[in-house]
Ligand binder design. Structure first.
Ligand code: GLU
Length: 497
């Protein structure tokens, strides 16, 4: 599709001030889906003009996070493009030229006010019952005098001259028309005294020069809209189409989603940064599917959608302007579904790094046999180590012997059961069916329930009560290791073997 002004070109334009938040990831994803849907271009632009808030790690977190989610950008850092550079601090001379042009055309003016004077002026305005902010003192300076002071090297900023009254109406593709009163706007700073532009100037100049067709961004920028449109007008440029995405609320539905990671009352960490979700083992497929539904829907029932389906179905008409609450349980549910949907080889390859990172000396061949046993039990990939650790040790660490006690029995009953089990395990074929049959028959002979038979065996070989299905586990461990572990616990129980 093309708009009236040409092909679709959208950008995600983060400021590298901190960790890559899922709110930013949602904005990036909507831009990506919109671009792919319209066979357009998805651009990444780094808005790093706020040097005070610059964080040197932020760019790495951002680029890694976008790649983890599979949101490959067509133009931007590391990939280049015809409209570069894509990092704003590499474009300072461009902004200076455009700013000079605004001053020459009397659409902006130098402001020599010191921070102290600005503070005093703002307080004075408040005393008069006006809104805080700048009193436009330098707007009325004689231009020749102002030019002379600039030439003499006096410290100054450049401010945009905004209309003093009237109103401006902006069309937002998600929210419809929004009208702002000009009297409420400030003559905002475009260029700081150090020659670095503000976000507003750099953002508009770049959107224009990079031929951005649609701006899709977080709703916190709605208040900047009138200023931005006035700035386009000051340049005599056509603004792109505007769309402000719905706010993301925290899981209670009250208040904005936290910017920091906190602990739930039950002690569970509530991630908000993309890299934390990656570290916990959320699949990018599940993240993308989940994030797509934060403010957008296809219909009132379809939830699970592949990337291709999302691309095909994504339109701004179906973005809902009302806020969307984050839901960890829903994301967990999605992740579990996507995990179970993966072919075993693929899942094994994704699980293995988590297992080895937990210090487990696992090999791929054995893991290929284990993965089918645990995949139903995984919510996130980092759940895997606790399910598989006992397969890969020569000897289990000592565990609490009370774990061996079957329901309605005591520790004194355990040796008899384990000795009987040992005899079976020593001679039965180590396949699921043979073990199942023989151990059930033995339980019957002993006059106990199968569960009472299996529990001490499970704890003896796994060192814990919650473990993958028993017979498959035994088959993978093999006879030798199984018997060693049973013998060892019998020895711990003081039974000679
Ligand atoms: N740099 C701004 C941000 O961090 C970009 C806002 C916009 O997309 O215009 O959100």
């Amino acid at each position: 599709m093309t708009t009236s002004s040409g092909p679709v070109r959208v950008r995600y334009a983060p400021s590298p001030t901190g960790d890559f938040h899922v709110g930013g990831a949602r904005t990036a994803l909507f831009n990506y889906l919109f671009a792919r849907h319209h066979k357009g271009t998805f651009i990444l632009r780094i808005e790093d003009t706020d040097q005070k808030r610059y964080n040197p790690d932020a760019l790495t977190w951002l680029l890694n996070g976008l790649r983890y989610l599979g949101l490959e950008w067509d133009e931007g850092p590391q990939v280049g493009g015809d409209y570069g550079p894509y990092v704003q601090t590499e474009r300072l001379d461009i902004y200076q030229n455009y700013c000079r042009q605004l001053v020459e055309q009397s659409r902006a003016y130098p402001c020599f006010c010191t921070p102290e004077r600005l503070e005093a002026a703002s307080q004075e305005r408040q005393k008069q019952g006006l809104s805080s902010g700048y009193d436009r003192f330098c707007r009325n300076l004689d231009p020749a005098e102002a030019a002379r002071r600039v030439a003499a090297g006096e410290s100054h900023t450049i401010r945009l001259k905004l209309p003093l009254d009237g109103e401006i109406t902006v069309h937002d593709l998600i929210r419809g028309d929004i009208t702002f009163q000009n009297a409420h706007l400030q003559d905002a700073v475009m260029m700081k005294s150090d020659g670095i532009p503000t976000y507003h100037l750099a953002n508009i100049v770049d959107d224009h020069l990079m031929e951005i067709s649609h701006v899709l961004r977080g709703d916190e920028w709605v208040n900047s809209l009138p200023l931005h449109i006035h700035l386009y007008n000051a340049f005599d440029w056509q603004p792109p189409h505007m769309a402000h995405l719905p706010l993301i609320l925290n899981p209670t539905g009250k208040g904005k989603m936290s910017k920091r990671e906190e602990r739930a009352p039950d002690g569970r960490l509530l991630p908000v940064f993309v890299r934390t979700f990656e570290e916990k083992g959320y699949l990018p497929e599940a993240m993308v599917n989940y994030l797509a539904l934060l403010g957008w829907s296809y219909d009132d029932k379809t939830e699970i959608m592949s990337r291709e389906e999302l691309i095909e179905r994504f339109t701004l008409e179906r973005v809902n302007p009302s806020p969307a609450a984050w839901n960890y349980d829903k994301l967990d549910h999605f992740n579990g579904l996507y995990i179970r949907d993966l072919p075993i080889e693929n899942l094994t390859d994704r699980v293995l790094p988590f297992v080895t990172a937990a210090g487990i000396n696992a090999d791929r061949e054995t893991m290929l046999k284990i993965t089918p046993l645990i995949r139903e039990r995984l919510t996130v990939l980092s759940d895997a180590p606790q399910w598989v650790d006992f397969f890969f040790v020569d000897q289990l660490p000592d565990y609490d012997l009370n774990l061996l006690i079957p329901q309605k029995m005591s520790l004194a009953d355990v040796p008899k059961i384990l000795q009987a089990a040992r005899a079976i395990l020593a001679q039965t074929d180590f396949s699921h069916d043979a073990l199942d049959q023989a151990l059930r028959a033995e339980a019957q002979t002993l006059g106990i329930k199968p569960g009472q038979m299996f529990q001490p065996i499970r704890v003896a070989v796994c060192g814990k009560m919650v473990a993958p299905p028993l017979f498959e586990t035994l088959a993978i461990l093999g006879r030798e290791k199984t018997l060693q572990r049973v013998d060892r616990v019998l020895a711990r129980l003081g039974v000679a073997v």
